[in-house]
Design a protein around this ligand. Structure first.
Ligand SMILES: Cc1cc2nc3c(=O)[nH]c(=O)nc-3n(C[C@H](O)[C@H](O)[C@H](O)COP(=O)(O)OP(=O)(O)OC[C@H]3O[C@@H](n4cnc5c(N)ncnc54)[C@H](O)[C@@H]3O)c2cc1C
Length: 454
């Protein structure tokens, strides 16, 4: 039986990044992947959705280019080409992951792993009829879509009328009508792509706002922009049935059925189950593996990183958690922190945020000082976004002058937010930040302007 220093279950961002770090640290490493290296992120999540959205953005620019003095005649979007390009991007990236793991000596087993036993020297894992022993076990099994027992959903999934995020990224043709159940990040991004591609899209959301926990004002601006882009919204609407080519929901005491060609169910994700985990007695909370700041579970030698611990469900968190776990195994000082994890909605315009909102900061007892500016304060934003209504908000702690949160909507928000995350993570004070030189003209300069509004 082969014996490893670390066995990693799952080859998504948490698992492949941890495997690479472990390989570089000289640990004998094996990673098990039952579907495709790269996990949800590279194969059916972050990257494919962004490839689709980029085509939508180019198409949107082409259709609305006159205002910039550019005339594009007969602009069209060919969905099949968009999906083919998406597949090419995915294949290059996943190939790159395989190559990197090979380069650092990691063994990759393309099979489903099941945890077998705890032994004197560690753990045993079985896959494809073989048994592997490892001193440490890192569970990076990711997540799966939440599919509640809505009337008719199971049959609709079987018939192909209802889809999850996996299938919608690979539809062969753009449906004429598409209903999206759930106005969170995934739902909004898919609504944005398919609306641009020509579908009549309706988003049905149980809450009265879209985008989940994002700042309320930014949520309204996003709603306004997506509505202008032709997406219909039914907010405060509870879906009660998905059957017979229709989505039925209750809103304000009335029941309504939307007939449509396809429906995407995107109401959240939950930690994936791993066979044999229960044999070790690993503690779970609502199905997710409980972990500490080193990604340790309650069982010594067993770690869990990424979506499977249910803490953040973002690829960049998964990377860091995988690293934190490996660093603990090799006795390198490292602690996983969650205060400065940025999140992005890659619609057009894109929205990005990190840290506390004004409300959440107040609820935590901070005395806050906040400032908001239109993105138009940035010369570049002005030059590039005719009629843009983006804003940026800065939330700071009055007592210390440190940044608690940044929330923005508008071009390049996804890139600028990394700077904001660094401000929070390093606890740098407003006074010191004012001395930073920002490149000009950039959309991020709006943050510099905000520093003088506090
Ligand atoms: C449509 C969509 C868009 C998204 N967009 C973004 C985005 O823009 N930015 C962002 O940060 N996040 C995004 N996410 C979330 C992101 O994909 C996840 O947070 C990330 O993939 C989590 O990484 P992970 O390694 O924990 O799990 P996963 O990527 O889910 O990988 C887990 C892997 O483990 C494998 N596995 C599970 N059990 C076993 C087993 N027993 N044996 C062997 N292999 C096993 C699975 O096959 C899978 O490949 C998106 C998700 C979706 C669905």
């Amino acid at each position: 039986m082969d014996t490893y220093d670390i066995a990693i279950i799952g080859g998504g961002p948490a698992g492949y990044n941890a495997a690479e770090r472990a390989g570089h640290a000289g640990l004998k490493t094996v990673v098990f992947e039952k579907r495709a290296l790269g996990g949800v992120c590279l194969n059916e999540g972050c990257i494919p959705s962004k490839a689709l959205l980029n085509s939508a953005k180019i198409y949107d620019y082409a259709r609305h280019s006159e205002v910039y003095g550019v005339t594009v005649k007969n602009a069209s979007l060919d969905h099949k080409t968009v999906v083919a390009r998406k597949n090419k991007v995915v294949s290059k990236l996943t190939g790159g992951v395989a190559m990197k793991l090979k380069k650092c000596g990691v063994t990759v087993i393309n099979a489903e792993a099941a945890i077998e036993n705890k032994t004197a020297g560690g753990f045993t894992v079985s896959a494809a009829g073989n048994t592997y022993a490892a001193k440490n076990l890192l569970v990076c099994a990711g997540s799966v879509p939440v599919l509640p027992p809505i009337q008719g959903l199971a049959d609709s999934l079987k018939s192909g009328f209802a889809l999850t995020s996996r299938e919608i990224l690979d539809l062969e043709a753009v449906p004429k009508t598409l209903t999206i159940v759930g106005g969170g990040v995934i739902g909004l991004e898919m609504a944005a792509y398919y609306a641009s591609a020509g579908a009549a899209v309706t988003v049905v959301e149980m809450l009265n706002s879209i985008g989940g926990p994002i700042d309320g004002e930014i949520s309204k601006i996003l709603l306004n922009n997506l509505t202008k882009a032709g997406i219909a919204f039914a907010l405060g609407a509870k879906v009660t049935a998905i059957e017979n080519g229709g989505v039925t929901y209750e809103k304000d005491g009335k029941t309504q059925t939307l007939k449509c060609d396809k429906t995407l169910v995107s109401i959240g994700r939950r930690a994936a189950a791993v066979s044999g985990l229960e044999k070790l007695g690993v503690a779970l909370e609502r199905g997710a593996i409980l972990t500490d700041e080193h990604m340790r579970t309650n069982i010594p030698g067993v770690y869990a990183a990424g979506d499977v611990n249910g803490k953040s469900m973002l690829a960049h968190t998964a990377y860091r958690e995988g690293e934190a776990a490996v660093n603990h195994i090799v006795n390198k000082r490292d602690v996983m922190r969650y205060e400065a994890i940025p999140a992005v909605i890659y619609t057009h315009p894109e929205a990005a945020f990190v840290g506390e909102t004004e409300d959440s900061a107040k609820k935590k007892g901070y005395e806050v000082k906040c400032a908001t500016l239109p993105m138009m304060y940035s010369g570049r934003y002005m030059a590039e976004n005719e009629g843009g209504d983006g804003i940026c908000k800065l939330v700071t702690e009055a007592k210390t002058g440190r940044v608690l949160g940044v929330h923005m909507i508008g071009g390049y928000a996804s890139e600028t937010i990394a700077l904001a995350a660094m401000m929070i993570e390093t606890e740098i004070k407003i006074g010191d930040l004012r001395e930073l030189v920002f490149p000009h003209p950039t959309c991020g300069e709006v943050i510099r302007e905000l520093l003088f509004e506090i």
